[in-house]
Ligand binder design. Structure first.
Ligand SMILES: *Cc1c(COP(=O)(O)O)cnc(C)c1O
Length: 345
């Protein structure tokens, strides 16, 4: 078999949820959008439901359908994009809970599904999703009459604890929601780490569940092992890969490994990343191609059958740093070609 192997540790994901849950006195939800950050929304959601999670969030209604299928009728599934045109049947049939973002969505929801649960997303300065202060002021009374299940907002700079935007958004959120007697939510992973002022009634971690920064204490959840397809010796001066991007400065032994940018090994790591054979680092050389990468195994002293790109020696955030991106993008880029193996006790 030449497909790369993606091993996902469900126990580690559950442990991360529990660890994040311990950091606040609030209810801890779980964000499983983008197919559970690339790791499989259904498996992740079912695991966390068993661990005690009662509320999930996804970006769009279609993602909510997969989660509902996985967790059954009990847990609440919130939709960040709210109530979009065309989503009414899905929201009703699957019991999804849209986080209403605008007056247009509010009208649509109250007309199409009167009495159906909803939350409201408020914009506190990020200017991405949610009602602005004036809109909220205009409809708050009507909305509160309908008993929304949640008032939420999102922090723009929560991964930078000292950023003044955090306190600014907290203050706006309080002014928009204090005294309304509706459950509130402001914190994602970064917000949980900012402390109790940011926790309110419900927290919404995503990346921390999957083992990514800013939750530095997270347990790693993912290992990626790539099969070696071929090994060859080349002479000093020979070149490897597209654009002759790497040239041997000595006689070298080169492993061709099955996985490439179609598997989320971003081209930006070309000639820069490290793979591992157990505890021994081996440099990736030349360009990342769509399905293959090449690795210098000259100093290894043996021919590996697999090389590891995410594992004990290299996290998604480590690889992200090499690529000039963030762990979130590494996870969500992984793609569909891996042979996935889920482990749990
Ligand atoms: C993605 C997202 C989250 C989760 O954020 P993390 O940084 O991954 O914890 C929470 N709330 C909203 C609105 C989001 O879009």
């Amino acid at each position: 078999m030449s497909t790369a192997k993606l091993t996902i540790d469900l126990d580690a994901i559950a442990a991360n949820w529990r660890a994040l849950d311990k950091l606040s006195n609030s209810e801890t939800a779980a964000v499983v959008k983008a197919d559970g950050y690339g790791l499989g929304a259904a498996r992740v959601a079912r695991t966390l439901a068993h661990a005690g999670c009662k509320r999930f969030f996804v970006a769009v209604a279609e993602e909510g359908a997969a989660v509902r299928d996985a967790v059954g009728p009990g847990p609440e599934i919130g939709i960040f994009s709210g109530h979009m045109r065309g989503d009414t049947d899905m929201i009703a049939d699957l019991g999804l809970t849209p986080m209403i973002n605008s007056l247009e969505q509010l009208t649509r929801h109250l007309e199409a599904l009167p009495g159906h649960p909803f939350g409201v997303q408020l914009d506190t300065g990020m200017n991405r999703l949610g009602m602005e202060w004036e809109e909220w002021a205009a409809v708050a009374e009507v909305v509160l009459d309908q008993r929304p299940v949640l008032l939420m907002s999102h922090l723009a700079c929560a991964d930078e604890p000292d950023h003044p935007m955090n306190a600014y958004q907290l203050d706006i959120f309080r002014q928009m929601t204090d005294g309304l007697n509706v459950p509130r939510s402001l914190a994602a992973t970064g917000g949980i780490l900012l402390g109790a002022d940011y926790h309110f009634d419900v927290t919404r971690p995503g990346i921390g569940l999957y083992g990514g920064l800013p939750f530095a204490e997270a347990t790693r959840t993912v290992q990626i092992d790539l099969p070696v397809v071929q090994i060859r010796d080349i002479d000093e001066g020979e070149v490897v890969g597209y654009a002759n991007a790497w040239q041997a400065t000595r006689r070298s032994r080169i492993a061709t490994v099955s996985a490439g940018y179609a598997d989320g090994l971003l081209r930006a790591i070309s000639d820069k990343a490290t793979l591992w054979h157990n505890d021994t680092p081996c440099p990736l050389i030349g360009r990342v191609s769509m399905d293959l990468i090449t690795v210098d195994v000259t100093d290894l002293g043996e021919d590996p059958r697999h090389l590891t790109i995410l594992g004990p020696h290299q996290s998604a955030d480590d690889l992200a740093e090499v690529a000039g991106t963030i762990g979130y993008e590494i996870f969500t880029s992984l793609g569909a070609r891996y042979t996935r193996r889920y482990t749990s006790r």
